[in-house]
Structure formats: structure tokens, C-alpha cells
Design a protein around this ligand. Structure first.
Ligand code: FUB
Ligand code: ZN
Length: 660
């Protein structure tokens, strides 16, 4: 039966649910959390990320309801509510999550300010979700409509708790952003239902099991944080610890080969692994569980040292969307699902808050600017699900979800609304505070406000980053007589920098920097200014020799950006023939008219003289190096930021370049 509708939306701005010193975002620590840092509030004002978020708010988010209508997701909710007739539409048991992720994204957007239209869409869709819910709290349109009401019989593939997780996250976001209870009530009812069904042996619960796709775990931790109900935290802890015990058949694919606490590397389906580890970090944060914390630290190190693409992309295999083996990091067959990049940011942020260590934000920066942002077109209307590091000359595109061409929506549309929710909540991942000061993890124009035990401190950041290396920070709110520390992350890629703070100037050799944090402690006064200048000289990067796919190659990087060659900028032959002259200088040129305004990197290369192929592409070397000779004539190569590729005509692309 359809339920009574929530109160009609008003055109007014929803009241912010919290004071401005705390971030209104996906992670809000519970009382007594053991985290080193707390997310700080950031108001983005201008610059690179502000533009990406504006496109998300103006184009991507408003198009969501129509896309969800066309794909059938909203129709399914109406069918489940009994207010429409027809067939279930969609190919997967988790199509409801496209709706939930969109709702979450829209809620974070509403937290930024008013939009009567968006608000009306949100309330309308929340009503559809509420109507589709079954009286005992269960909600999954696939199982309600296609599987005749069967429940929890296929935990390995059914995604029922995965769907619950995304519903809970959307509800927490909506409640945080608007203070309204409607969606939170739906989510709690589902969570209570899950809690009544699932539990360890001896608990009297019907099922001892976990979902093949982790997601509900981190959502339950957030539900605990939002409601104060500890049993949600306990349920999350139970789920996390039941992976790896064979309840799903023992497969690495669904994180069931080994318990998190014992694992020594990341494995299996990348998104599943990363969501599970985000939940483990949440639990370690809330409970102080040292074993879970050290598992997270160990696994994060294993991932970054052996299984991460240069772009921050994760998941080497198309087959099973799997992490792959150590150093198995292919280019044209890299999977690097956009959702995996998002999940990596979510996990790393939780680890950054838990430990206070800058390295987690180094990976967040790399991922945001490269592996994640490549998934979203510049116009905000098209998407990449997989993010390869190379498209060959003569590429035949498979089309569909695995296409290397941008697509309006996917059959499995997990990535687009996931990208929308990350962009809409991006501010949340930029800064933190603790009792001693404010930490700037990412550099973007805007106001950063932290909370020193109830005392607000703020800085205004102005910067042309990532195109320019100068970051100016002006102190705003500050206590008159209490020193505090402004901590600036010195990116891992940064070989040289200078910082001016009042009359003092440091460079890397004498700066008070440790562990990636440049710590400036003062009794600050409003108007005090710090200028950090990061050296953005373009650079060539090589891979560990065990990465066979790129042996003998280098990549071009500048600041946090990975660069690539695209065919359209490098005419006169294919990209597979190019050899980079690594002794030649790199130069930069800012092109305001290109790709929304990018700094290009110019390099020198040659085209290989392609030998007469004979009858096949192999030649006995007789012991000599198996390289072909490059042509004599140097060619100028133009590299563009990887995130901006595939926004013009179709064509070849490559990040890694063979060297002479
Ligand atoms: O299974 C749900 C989502 O679909 C996963 O997170 C993605 O990897 C895609 O397989
Ligand atoms: Zn996805």
C-alpha cells in the first residue's frame, strides 16, 4: 500500500543541520571515536574543483531523475508500491542503488544551498522509495517483483544488503543536509529488519551471513553515528568479521577467502574489497580496534605498492572486476572502474582521519585528479565505467559498459550516480582539524574552517592549483591568545617547494616538515598570510621494473596530474609508433581555450621507423636489443591531462610512452 506522502517541499533553503565548523559530509565521527582528525568544513569558492562541482550541480544532478525514469528504476519503485503496472525493468538486482546514490548526491548538493527544483525531485523520489518499502522494512524491487518475494536466498549475488547500504547512506545524507526524517525513517526500518534477521550463531537470528557485495557495513556505522544507536555499529562489526569464513563459498571475488584481520593483500572484486576496508576503518575509528587498524594500514600499503595504477585507478582485470596480481598493471586492458576510484577515496579518507597520516591524502589527490575525474566528461553528461591507460591505434571498441568511449548511461549504471555523490560531497574530503589545529589535505579555493575544542579557526585559500603551484592562505577566525598549528600537506610528488609565513621563509631543506605535513605553529592573528609554492615542473615517471606492461616506458606528470597523449593533438601518424626522447626538455603551455582550460606539456619524440613486418610481428634478435630504430626527425608531442581525455573526437590515447 502506498504510504502517506512526506511533507511537501518548500522552496526555501533547508536549514543546515549543524554548525559550520564541522563538515556536512559522509563521515561524521561518533562520540568517543578514536580518530586522530575530524573532517573540517570547507566552502569551495573558485577554481578547479569548484568548476567540476558546478557542472555536477548544473548538469549531472538535474538530469538524474529523467535518466532514472528512462532506465526504469523509478518505474520499478512504482511497481513495487502497486501504483503502476508493467514489467520490472533493468538487468541487475541492484538497480535500486542508482536511485539511492542519486538521492545521496542530491542531498549533499542541497547541503550547499537551495534549489527548489532539486528539492522537489528529492522529495518526490523519497516518496517513491517509501511507498515501495514492505511493511516489515524490507525493500528491494528485484526480489519483490522478479523473485516473487524471495529474500536472502542468494547472498553471494543478490545485493540485498548492498542495496540497504546505499539506501542508508542516502538517508543519512538527506537527514544531515535537511534535518528531515522521511528517508531516515525508511532506512532505519530496513536496518532494523536486517538486524532482526542477521546475526552470529547462537544469537537466535535466522541467518548467519554476509552480502557478497560489502557496502551495508560502512552505511551501518554511519547510521550509528547519525542516530546514536549502538546496535547498528555492532551489526556492522559482525558483518565485517564474518567475511572470510566461507559463508559465501570462500571466494576472493566476494571477499570471503580470508578474514580482513588476517589478509595480507587486497584481492578480488576491487569495489567490494574497498568498501569492506572502508567499513573496517570506520570500525577501528569508533571502537579503537587496533587489529583492524593495522590490517587497514597493511592492506593499504600492499595496494599502493603493488596494485595501483599511476592514475590511482584500481582493478587490473576486466574478468571479475578483480584487483589482479602484484605488479599486474596493464594499460589497454586496465579496468580501473570509476566506482573503485571513488571507493578508494572513501577508504583512504577514513584512514587519514583515523591515523592523521598525510600519505592517505596523497593517494586521494592522485585518485581525484586522475583515476576518478577521467570517469566524468567535461560537460557532465557522459561517463566512463572503465578507465584504461591506453587506447591503441585501430582500436575496435566493444561498446556497452566496458567501452573506452564516453557513454550517456550504462546497463550497469553504478558509476555515474556514484561520481555525482562524490563530487557533491567533495568538500568533505579536503580538510580536517584536531585540538591542536587545522590540516589542509587538498588545495582548492575557498574557506576552510576547523574546530579546536569548540574554538573555530579558519583560513581563506586562494590558488590556481593544479595549474599554478602558489597557494595563499589567509587566517580568518583565530583565538587571540592561543597558538595553533596550520598543517599543509606537502604532496608526495613534490620535489621542491618554498613557504613564506610572515617574515620567515623556508624551503624543503629547512622547513618544519615531517611525514608529509608542513606544520606551522603560531599565535595567529586575523589577516596573517602563508604562501606555499609547490614546484610544478613537469616530470617523467618510471614504474617499478616488475610492472611488465610499462617496462622501458615513462609517463609525463605535472603536479598532481597524470598526462596522456591523444591522437587529436598528435597528428601525422599513430600513437603506438611514438618514442619519447627522455633527454629532451619538457615545457608547458597553458591553453585556456582547450578542454575547459588546461596546461599542456610539450615533449619531444620520434616516430619509430616501422620495419617491414614480414609475415608476422616477431623477429629473431640474434642477441641484440629487440628495439626498432626511431626515425630521425623529431616531433613535438602535446600531452593533455588524463582526466580530460575522450572529450573530443574518438582516437588513440596513451599514458605510458616508450623511451629512446
Ligand atoms: O555489483 C554492484 C556494482 O556493479 C559494483 O560495485 C560494480 O563493480 C559493478 O559490478
Ligand atoms: Zn561503477
Amino acid at each position: 500500500m502506498p504510504r502517506p506522502r512526506p511533507a511537501a517541499p518548500s522552496a526555501s533553503t533547508p536549514a543546515p543541520a549543524e554548525p559550520a565548523v564541522t563538515s556536512t559530509g559522509p563521515v561524521r565521527l561518533g562520540p568517543g571515536a578514536k580518530a586522530a582528525l575530524t573532517p573540517a568544513a570547507v566552502g569551495l569558492r573558485a577554481g578547479f574543483w569548484s568548476t567540476r562541482r558546478e557542472v555536477n550541480a548544473r548538469v549531472s544532478l538535474p538530469q538524474g531523475p529523467q535518466l532514472l525514469e528512462s532506465a526504469g528504476n523509478l518505474h520499478n519503485l512504482r511497481l513495487a508500491a502497486g501504483t503502476a503496472e508493467g514489467e520490472f525493468r533493468g538487468a541487475y538486482p541492484f538497480v535500486d542503488t542508482d536511485v539511492y546514490k542519486w538521492l545521496e548526491a542530491a542531498a549533499w548538493q542541497l547541503a550547499q544551498g537551495s534549489s527548489a527544483e532539486l528539492e522537489a525531485d528529492v522529495e518526490r523520489i523519497i516518496a517513491l522509495v517509501a511507498d515501495a518499502q514492505q511493511p516489515d522494512g524490507y525493500l528491494n524491487t528485484w526480489f519483490q517483483l522478479v523473485k516473487g518475494g524471495e529474500r536472502y536466498k542468494d547472498l553471494r549475488w543478490g545485493h540485498e544488503l548492498y542495496c540497504a547500504g546505499h539506501l542508508i547512506q542516502a538517508a543519512v545524507a538527506h537527514h544531515r543536509a535537511t534535518g528531515r526524517p522521511q528517508l531516515l525513517d525508511v532506512a532505519r526500518k530496513f536496518a532494523d529488519h536486517v538486524d532482526s534477521v542477521f546475526g552470529p550463531p547462537g544469537s537466535g537470528k535466522e541467518i548467519d551471513g554476509v552480502d557478497g557485495h560489502p557496502e551495508v557495513e560502512t552505511a551501518l556505522v554511519e547510521l550509528y553515528r547519525e542516530t546514536g544507536e549502538r546496535r547498528y555499529l555492532e551489526l556492522a562489526g559482525y558483518f565485517v568479521d564474518r567475511f572470510g569464513h566461507g559463508l559465501l563459498g570462500g571466494e576472493a571475488y566476494c571477499q570471503d577467502r580470508v578474514p580482513v584481520r588476517e589478509a595480507d593483500t587486497v584481492e578480488g572484486h576491487a569495489v567490494r574489497q574497498l568498501y569492506l576496508l572502508a567499513a573496517a576503518a570506520d570500525l577501528a575509528t569508533e571502537t579503537g580496534d587496533a587489529e583492524l587498524r593495522s590490517a587497514g594500514e597493511r592492506l593499504w600499503r600492499a595496494m599502493t605498492t603493488t596494485k595501483t595504477h599511476l592514475t590511482g585507478g584500481l582493478g587490473a582485470h576486466h574478468d571479475q572486476e578483480d584487483f589482479g596480481d602484484p605488479y599486474e598493471l596493464p594499460n589497454e586492458r586496465a579496468y580501473c572502474e570509476t566506482c573503485a576510484a571513488i571507493a578508494s577515496v572513501q577508504w583512504s579518507w577514513r584512514m587519514a582521519l583515523l591515523t592523521g597520516e598525510a600519505r592517505y591524502s596523497d593517494l586521494i589527490e592522485r585518485t581525484l585528479y586522475n583515476g576518478f575525474l577521467a570517469g566524468v566528461s567535461l560537460d557532465g553528461e557522459r561517463w566512463l565505467y572503465v578507465n584504461p591507460l591506453q587506447v591503441r591505434d585501430g582500436h575496435t571498441d566493444p561498446g556497452g559498459d566496458q567501452s573506452a568511449r564516453r557513454t550517456r548511461w550504462f546497463r550497469c549504471a553504478c558509476c555515474p550516480p556514484n561520481a555525482m555523490r562524490l563530487l557533491a560531497s567533495l568538500e568533505h574530503y579536503l580538510a580536517s582539524s584536531d585540538a591542536g589545529g587545522l590540516q589542509i589535505h587538498q588545495y582548492a579555493g575557498g574557506r576552510y574552517t576547523g574546530d579546536l575544542d569548540g574554538v573555530p579557526v579558519s583560513v581563506e585559500v586562494e590558488t590556481g592549483y593544479p595549474w599554478q603551484g602558489a597557494i595563499s592562505l589567509t587566517v580568518g577566525d583565530t583565538p587571540a591568545d592561543r597558538p595553533w598549528t596550520l598543517s599543509l600537506r606537502v604532496p608526495q610528488w613534490c620535489a621542491a617547494y618554498r613557504v613564506r609565513c610572515g617574515d620567515t621563509e623556508y624551503d624543503r631543506s629547512d622547513a618544519p616538515e615531517a611525514d608529509g605535513w608542513l606544520r606551522l605553529e603560531r599565535t595567529w592573528a586575523p589577516g596573517d598570510r602563508v604562501v606555499l609554492e609547490l614546484d610544478l615542473a613537469p616530470r617523467l615517471t618510471a614504474a617499478d621494473p616488475r610492472v611488465d606492461a610499462v617496462r622501458g616506458c615513462v609517463a609525463i606528470e605535472r603536479g598532481p596530474l597524470v598526462y596522456c597523449l591523444e591522437q587529436v593533438d598528435n597528428p601525422g601518424g599513430g600513437l603506438d609508433d611514438i618514442v619519447l626522447d627522455r633527454a629532451a626538455a619538457l615545457s608547458v603551455r597553458h591553453r585556456p581555450e582547450l578542454l575547459g582550460g588546461v596546461t599542456t606539456v610539450l615533449a619531444t619524440g620520434r616516430r619509430r621507423r616501422v620495419p617491414d613486418a614480414g609475415w608476422w610481428p616477431y623477429t629473431s634478435t640474434g642477441g641484440a636489443a629487440p628495439e626498432t630504430e626511431p626515425d630521425d626527425a623529431p616531433v613535438e608531442l602535446t600531452a593533455v591531462p588524463y582526466y580530460a581525455w575522450a572529450n573530443r573526437q574518438d582516437g588513440a590515447m596513451r599514458v605510458w610512452l616508450p623511451t629512446s
